[in-house]
Structure formats: C-alpha cells, structure tokens
Ligand binder design. Sequence first.
Ligand SMILES: Cc1ncc(COP(=O)(O)O)c(C=O)c1O
Length: 391
Amino acid sequence: MKAEIHPVDRIQLGGIVTIRDALLAQQRQGRKVYRLESGDPSFSIPEHVAAAFVKALRDGHTHYTPGAGIPELRQALYDKLVRKNRLPLTSPEQVLVTNGAMHGLYIVYRALLDPGEQVIVPDPTWTETADNVVLAGGEVVRLPLNRDLRYDAASLSAKITSRTKAVALNSPHNPTGTVMTQQELHTTLEVAAKHGLWVISDEAYEDILFDGNTHVSPASLGYERVISVYSFSKSYAMSGLRLGYVACTDPLLVERMTKLLRCTINGVNAATQYAGVAAITGPQDHLAHMVAEYQQRRDCLWQALVRCRLLHPFKPEGAFYLWAAIDEGWGGYQGQRDGWAMTRYLIDTFGVGSSPGEVFGPQGAGFIRFAFACSSEQVAEAAQLLPQAFA
Ligand SMILES: Cc1ncc(COP(=O)(O)O)c(C=O)c1O
C-alpha cells in the first residue's frame, strides 16, 4: 500500500527565507541592500518593556512557568481583550499565552481539526496560515479575494462542503494591507453561523491602521464560535521575544490547547512573559508614533510605485505591506515574467528586496509584495530606486 505523504512534507521550507538569504549573502559581499522582503518591525521595544524584561531576569524569573502563561499576564490580556477588543470572555482561563501568533495558529488548528477537515483561507494569504492547517492534517480551501482585494463573503457559501470546519480571517491582512469592515465581518459571520463553522481570526496587525481605519474583532460581534489570535510582534516590535496569545471560550478547545502548550513549549520564556505584562499594562503612546511613521513610509513607497509604469499598487489600509500587480507589458527577467522573476530582477539590479505574490497562493501570481517594516531610511532609498527599475 502506498504510504500517505507526511503532513510536514506537504509544506515548503519557506519562500521568503530564500529571498532573505539571497539579500544577506549580497550584503556580506559589501553590497547595500534594502530589506523590503520581510515584516520585522525596525523599531526598538518600548523602554519600560525592556526594563521589565531585565528586571524579570534579575528577580530570578528564570524558571518554568505555568504552561498556558503566568497568571499576571493572562489577567492583563483578559482585561485588554474585554476592554479593547470587546471579546465576550468570562475568565482569564480563556486566554492562552503562546510563542508568538505563529505558535498560536499551530495550537488552534491542532486542537480544532480532525484529519481531512477543511479550512477556508483567503487567497492570497500569509503562507503560514495555510501551512498550519496542513500541519494539523487539515485541507486548505482557498477563497480568492475579489478584484478590489476585498474579502468575498458572498462567494464563501460556494466553498463550503460537508468537511468544512472553519473559516480563517486575517484583518488587517498580510499580504494586501486591506482591513475588513464591520459589514464584511457581519456577512462572513452570518455564513459561518448558518453552517456552524468556526472562525479563526488572526489579528496580529490589529494596531497598524492607516487613514482612520478601525479594527473590529469578529468575536465581539455576537457569534460564539470565534477563536482570536494575537501577537506582540507588531504592536510592541517584540518579534524576537516571541509572544502571542489566543482567546477561546470553548472549554474543550481550551483544554486541548493547554495540553498542546505543555507538549510544545511548556510555557513561553518567563522573562518575556513579564515583559508582556509591562507592554500590555503600561503606556501605549509608542503606538501613535510607530503608526505615524509606518503611514509616512507607506505614502513614500506608494508615491514611488504609482510612478512605476509596470506596477499597479494597492494602497494599504493597515499592516505594513504594499501589494502591487505586475503589468502585462513587463518584459520579464532571465526569460521569466512571474513574481519570482521580478523579485530576482529587483535584488540583482538594485538590491531591493520584495516577495513574489506566488508565495501567498495561486491568486498571488503576477503580483509582488513590498514590506515597509524596515527603517524609514531604507524605505525612502528604495522608493528612489524603484521608479528607475522600470524607467
Ligand atoms: C498575518 C500574520 N499572522 C501572524 C504572524 C506571526 O506573528 P508572530 O511573530 O507573533 O508569530 C505574522 C507575521 O508576519 C503575520 O503576518
């Protein structure tokens, strides 16, 4: 009998990693490169968060913690989720501390899915959303965004089968930068409710919003089968400290995820959790400063890209990614004219990083993503170079 393909063999090592490695190799050879391929915030962590991290080490918080998180952090997150996100939680026990939102998604899908169950994922999507479904033995069903890159709740019903278990949402969205409106969320939740589906809401970019756009947490809208996933990486620039959290009101899923936490990490590192308490309960004024700077970078890059005859950019409403269609008239590079060819062209010719749209799913073909999470100087210099690339 032919052996089944192992779930881990069904996912790739990671497309963006190969681009980052190419850029870093060029940098080592003394070339100036621009890191617009990756979404790692250029900012330092807020001073009081750094102080709390160091203090935790000095105070001896270097031992095992409860697997699902220290009580102080779970309480602080519970308070934040009820107050800011308006989640209908009744206890801090419904909040689980994870090793980043990435790990949050891993335990959510592992806890939720039986082998072969389907999750409907927006196309394009952040790659790891789909990968975590596959790792849990699930099947990814892709729902193309519409021409305006809006989530197409009207087409959702057509994707639902007897095996559909959940719908994955991500707003603000990586890679397109769109922010779902309350109306779009309502329509999506109505479809989910009609079929008894779970909604997995990845809210990693909840604080990175432009032009007065606001973030609405789907779990606040009255449908109870919503699991919400959050990150400290973007809101507090804590990407390297690895801290995220999951909110879920279903006792069985909470129990399963608690078991998974024990067997995967047995608790996020203790000092990071204390830093997390300081981040959540301390002043939030760094956010306005960070978002204003992201918006300046977005505008700078946007203005450069609208001048590129061969690119058609979409203006992001949130997150820090600019998604652009490659014009049919582009002549290509080294005999190819897909997103990978354009990414290679921009690296080889100008040292400017980007991510090929293909990495994010079939609907990404013919698109390219620029991240503006690197420094404002890098974004400004790249913005000078890009119009020359297509002169
Ligand atoms: C949509 C989305 N979710 C989750 C994450 C992962 O966040 P974390 O660093 O908390 O694992 C990212 C990181 O880029 C992301 O783009």
